[in-house]
Design a protein around this ligand. Sequence first.
Ligand SMILES: Cc1cc2nc3c(=O)[nH]c(=O)nc-3n(C[C@H](O)[C@H](O)[C@H](O)COP(=O)(O)O)c2cc1C
Length: 468
Amino acid sequence: MHLGVFEVAGPQVGGTLSWSHPTSDSLHYRDPDHWVAVAQLLEAAGFDFLFFADGYGYPSRDGDLPAAAARDGLNFSGIDPMLLIPVLARETSRIGFVVTSSTGIDHPVAMARRFATLDHLTGGRIGWNVVTGASQDTIAQLFGHTAMVAHDTRYEMAEEFLDLCLQLWEGCWEDGALREDKAAGVYADPDRLHRIEHAGAHYSTSGYFTVPPSPQRTPVLFQAGSSARGREFAAGNAECIFVQGTSLPHTAANVTDLRARAGAAGRDPESIVVLVGATVTVGTTHEEALAKRAEFEAMQTDEVAAIIYAGNTGIDLLALDPDRPLSQITDDAGADPRVGQMGQSNIDRFRRPDGTTPLVREVLAELRGRGTRGFTVVGDAVEVADQLEEIMDATGVDGFLLEAIFSPADHHAFCELVVPELQRRGRLLREEDRSAGSGSLRERLGDGTSAHLSPDHPGARHVPLARV
Ligand SMILES: Cc1cc2nc3c(=O)[nH]c(=O)nc-3n(C[C@H](O)[C@H](O)[C@H](O)COP(=O)(O)O)c2cc1C
């Protein structure tokens, strides 16, 4: 079982309200020591990585920040998690770090340089969650764009953005091009450097990548975005995919679809690590866990659910008829043609196999306390381990991204109570039983044989012949 923790360098994760609960210490998110303690805790427990969601935007309603989003700190306010990573890397030695960064805002050269730098500074423990980005309406306003880029165009741009990054990481420096030979007076061998020429539909570059090859060259590529277009992008490019799943059949179908698409793209379907979100509330007894969960649920409202949903889809559920199906957003005369342009994952998740959708009041009830989270798992350690095993076996996912409600208390409880139970069952490797490899995140998540992209990844075609 692969395990990561889903965090955000802000008040709270998952599109729910919890920062103001006495058990939560998430307001320390601006204190590096807070994150060092979390990273060290997870590393000692054998977690693969600490994952940060991120984005420039925030929820909006009628073109502005809803007062409740500011008051409740709902996907609003935070710091740039990328800048935390060198601090965390210095205080740990094995755990990986995954940072979400959106394509379509700056130039691929800038993104490639930042991640190559982080790969150097972490000793090959960095991953990039490549997203096209939530809250595109407020991002367009913040960056002064005249209009929001259309949903599928964002993915088209992301394909080109990533391909150019791959050219820079894989194609510019041959192995051995960096000589650093003081005696010979040669820093880099010009004959082993390749100029990158790219003139595409959205980006162009002509020149050399200035960061020498890092331990992994390409960061481990994650993707989160579950629309049909998002799945195609993920299956073609991602090494680890974070799927949104709340029901066993829906998640199983999603996993099967992703692996089939990866196979069709010429990749080994089984090499792709698929993870699903899980909100685990564990107690020393079943009752204690239920009581903790009930305290969280008492804080949730329809308003919270609606604001987060609007940030991900552009749809204000509270403005719809609660007693009619969600499909009113597309079926009604005069329906907003922009529906689906912000993001489709959170619309698709309410589409049943027969095409029908639940009533808006049912959607709100489902989202209340759930937000953008995946599975809800509550119980004592044995019950939690049973449920996690069931999800894995029934869906084919390779593990979980844990989405705490009270952070970091939930991480402590999971490490103390659930980790030993999963180790006892042979589901989770003890740190001392792992083969270290070179210590890269790619070896930790994959078959442990190489810190570099596998030959069936599209980025491998950019490797200069001299390196093959
Ligand atoms: C599980 C999951 C996690 C996501 N995390 C982020 C994130 O941290 N930052 C962000 O800007 N977008 C995030 N997104 C949004 C995606 O980037 C994407 O823009 C959005 O889902 C729209 O694409 P879609 O229609 O394929 O869903 C996430 C989406 C999913 C499904």
